[in-house]
Ligand binder design. Structure first.
Ligand SMILES: C[S@@+](CC[C@H](N)C(=O)[O-])C[C@H]1O[C@@H](n2cnc3c(N)ncnc32)[C@H](O)[C@@H]1O
Length: 217
């Protein structure tokens, strides 16, 4: 998610190769919905793809599809027999992402799971464990997403969690965007548990929104 474009991101994006037509299509769809600010930025998407590539993923999970932009970055990493399950609650966002992800849905590499991710994640647990899990959905549910992810990640697998700074709300800055007590306390509880977990190696990446990266030992 991106609230304002930092000069650092502008510089990085002037150097990175241009996004493919498919990624541009997904970005345009989020702009048309008035939601371009919550699509992953090119800078962050490039970083997330680079990190995920390190685990050579075959089975991946994404929570929060929007228009399928970050999904395309992940799908580029998968072998032909690999699969990404991407979870999205909004029927409108599902419709838009189906347009972006059509070729991957037809090839069997992508399944959009419509509905509340928290209700639907347990229904696919038997397809796991998963090599990479990206959490970018409902901020109030992050703690519960993490509890599912820690049980369903493969040994050596990676969990990537976006927006963990809640635009500064975790350290008390509520000027950029308002978050409620449940969102803030859940994020803090999740972060504390992550750094106390002995079966994960974890670190922050201090992007504008804050990324947490966990690798299962
Ligand atoms: C930040 S956007 C995801 C952006 C996307 N990962 C990207 O960068 O291209 C968050 C998405 O999560 C979806 N969402 C919100 N609550 C959800 C829930 N309970 N279950 C599944 N998806 C949810 C929203 O509708 C929205 O499309």
């Amino acid at each position: 998610m991106r609230k304002e474009i930092s000069p650092i991101y502008s510089y990085i994006e002037s150097v990175l190769p241009a996004e493919s037509d498919l990624k541009k299509q997904a970005r345009l769809a989020s702009t048309e919905l008035g939601l371009s600010a919550i699509s992953v930025s090119q800078t962050e998407a490039h970083l997330i793809q680079f990190l995920a590539a390190a685990v050579k993923p075959k089975k991946m999970i994404e929570i929060g599809t929007l228009t399928g932009l970050s999904a395309v970055y992940f799908l580029e990493l998968l072998p032909p027999y690999g699969k990404l399950w991407t979870f999205e609650k909004s029927p409108l966002h599902v419709e838009k992402s189906k347009q972006t992800l059509q070729k991957y849905i037809l090839s069997g590499q992508c399944e959009i799971v419509e509905g509340d991710a928290l209700l639907n994640l347990p229904k696919i647990s038997d397809q796991g464990p998963f090599d990479c899990i990206f959490i970018d959905g409902n901020k109030a549910a992050y703690y519960d997403y993490y509890k599912w992810a820690e049980k369903n990640i493969s040994d050596g697998g990676m969990i990537i969690i976006d927006n963990v700074f809640l635009a500064g709300a975790v350290w008390g800055d509520q000027t950029l965007q308002k978050f409620n007590d449940k969102q803030i306390s859940g994020m803090k509880k999740m972060t504390a548990e992550i750094f106390a977990a002995s079966d994960f190696m974890s670190t922050f990446v201090p992007t504008t929104e804050g990324l947490l990266i966990l690798r299962k030992k």
